[in-house]
Design a protein around this ligand. Structure first.
Ligand code: TRP
Length: 333
């Protein structure tokens, strides 16, 4: 890691298919950030098991996510790219941090409450402890910055609280990280319910474009996207959420501004507009999918990336953990 650069940490869970919202919000961002920071990117499989997973699928999705990161341009030479379960320090630090975290705080986490409602048959301790494991992830690498979605804001706040609490109880040990939250402008909403964020768990499967969707599926979903009845293509998220969302998607995928996009489609019909948005998104995703497939066919290479990532991650994480163990009075030989 370069001395003069700040450290940036983020992770994605290898669970459900990623949507174009995740792609824009997380992965393309990760690629840009790798130039400016020492980046550490994890595949958070330990977080994933807080809801029940199919083991074969979890394994497959882990490799698929790794290949996707690389296909999108995350460079395993420039960044540390690794699998969370390959670095035992995460579980070890989480245990220590548990003793600096109050049960009441965890019970109040909105994501815990949401997930408890959705998985009422499996409200396990891991689900409740999820934010502490996330704090351990971040603090192990002394991260200065953590780019995440708005939905992770509360988890970042608690990470800062836990770090500060520990630092105050002993002496400065952890860097207190700062969140980098995505600009509102790039928010991508559901194609069927355009006032809601596009997500893998939306009600209507046609509402989300997945990174794994083939071209026909992408075109079909855009054709069916909800618009409105006034027939005019202009940006007005309040009264025209559907059209505005399509304009946003077009803007990010084409690299043009919203104003340029509006001008381009002036006087055109919704049908033509939707096709153009679909084409633009598909032409971006197709080469990524091809590259991802190529990487997935080369498992030796992917394994090598994981082994090297784990070694580099482990060296940093061990150092922090050893400091923590010393401060709390764990006898080390
Ligand atoms: N909880 C994050 C999410 O679901 C994933 C994650 C795990 C994470 N550990 C992290 C993100 C550490 C940032 C930093 O999106």
């Amino acid at each position: 890691m370069e001395e003069n650069k700040k450290t940036l940490y983020s992770a994605v869970q290898p669970t459900n298919n990623l949507t174009i919202g995740n792609y824009i919000g997380a992965i393309t961002n990760f690629v840009q950030l790798q130039e400016e920071y020492n980046c550490v990117y994890a595949i958070a499989n330990m977080h994933a098991i807080t809801v029940r997973q199919n083991p074969a699928e979890l394994r497959q999705r882990t490799l698929a996510l790794l290949a996707l990161y690389i296909a999108c341009g995350v460079d395993p030479e420039k960044c540390i790219l690794y699998l969370q379960s390959h670095v035992p320090c995460h579980a070890e630090l989480a245990w220590v941090l548990n003793t600096f975290t109050y049960v009441g705080e965890m019970e109040r986490m909105t994501q815990f409450k949401d997930k408890s409602a959705r998985h009422a048959d499996n409200i396990n301790m891991g689900l409740m402890d999820y934010p502490v494991l996330m704090a351990a992830d971040i603090l192990l690498y002394q991260a200065d910055y953590v780019p995440v979605g708005e939905d992770q804001r509360q988890h970042l706040e608690i990470t800062r609280d836990i770090a500060t609490r520990f630092n105050n109880a002993y002496s400065p040990t952890f860097t207190v990280p700062q969140g980098i939250f995505r600009k509102v402008g790039a928010k991508i909403n559901d194609l069927q319910e355009p006032t809601k964020k596009m997500s893998k768990s939306g009600e209507n499967p046609n509402g989300a474009i997945f990174l794994s969707d083939d071209k026909d599926t992408i075109m079909r979903k855009f054709k069916r996207a909800i618009t409105d009845s006034d027939g005019e293509i202009r940006y007005d998220p309040v009264s025209k959420p559907g059209v505005s969302n399509l304009l946003s998607i077009y803007s990010v995928f084409s690299g043009k501004s919203i104003d340029e996009a509006v001008l381009e489609f002036q006087g055109k019909g919704y049908g033509e507009f939707k096709l153009a948005v679909g084409e633009t998104v598909a032409s971006k995703l197709m080469p990524i999918q091809a590259e991802q497939a190529k990487l997935l066919a080369n498992k030796d290479y992917l394994n090598q990336v994981l082994i090297s990532g784990a070694q580099r991650a482990n060296a940093i994480a061990r150092k922090t953990l050893s400091k923590v163990y010393k401060k709390i009075g764990f006898y080390q030989v």
